[in-house]
Design a protein. Sequence first.
Length: 390
Amino acid sequence: MVAETARAFDALERQANQLVELFQASGYERVAPAIIQPASIFLDRVGEAIRSRTYLFTDADGTELCLRPDLTIPVARLYMERHPGADIPARYCYNGPAFRHQPADNALLPREFRQAGIEYFGAGDREKAEVEVLALVHDGVTRAGLEDFRLHIGDLGLFSALLDTLGLPERWRLRLIHSFWRPKAFPATLQQLCEGGAASRRPEDELARRLDPRDREAAENMVGDYLAEHDIALIGTRTLGEITERLLERAADLREAPLPRDHARLIEAYLAVSGPARAALARIEDLLTQAGLRMKGALDAYRRRCELMQRAGIDVGQAVFSADFGRHFEYYSGFVFQIEIPGVGRGGHIAGGGRYDGLLAEIGAAQNVPAVGSAIHTERLLAAVQGTLE
């Protein structure tokens, strides 16, 4: 048993070293970010699917920390430490452990697992950088011996561009993007926007109708007086300012005309698009034409990305696009992809990544910084290559 475990570890290390050597030969500097990270950075940015599986603890000084559930944010923090202005392009690669709670620890879904990956910050040519990262990871898993896998792609940038084209209020746009990561909640959010404020009867609506969204200070004073008058204590982590902000959003909704039903139907039809990458593009263009809308910039980027993928040796004809595909991490903001073994479930997700332009601004950069990366689950890759993936 000990010898078998040692052989498995050696095989995993050989595979990981081959991947890292490929990354380094392509211009990616190897780094080793800290395993222990500030918990708040992860809890605020990774999304519900990962947040609930993150290992948290508090040190002797009362600081809340976590074991890193992935390596993208730690590498992004390392980049910010080296380049506080976030104004210098940089490519990094890594191989190391990450930690996530699993309902039952097993070989394909372990609580401690290893990732080999790459992160590319500050690239000016967005589609070129995306395809560089995808092609390098695609090449890596192929060289490792992976066959019969599927490339699954999505594009949150297209979804965001659609909402912009429809001219939705910014708060509605943000609400729908937030709901994008919660498929079960999305239909309810869309329905609420179609019904409009006048059709809804919430306990807080009477107060919200009295607030002026243009005068935040007066609104906060009014909310404070209301809470005191009704003997309502501030319980939990929500502050008076945060409660006021929520009520001001509600006040704005109550004054807003409902979302047109044809807009809602178009959003639903868009999110239902799924199929071969180029056929999906044609379907999206048809939907926009029927609605009398244009989304040229985002569609041109999609088309160029497909062309670059083909030139890089990736068979675009075998790539599957799903408009509702966004992976599990909420920091993704554009193109996303996953290399997967169909029919195996989460244990068959071999590698994945995408664009996350807003992350660096959230951890200290003065503005959004172009960023794209990917990670390979090396245990799963080895199991797939050895034919033990189930």
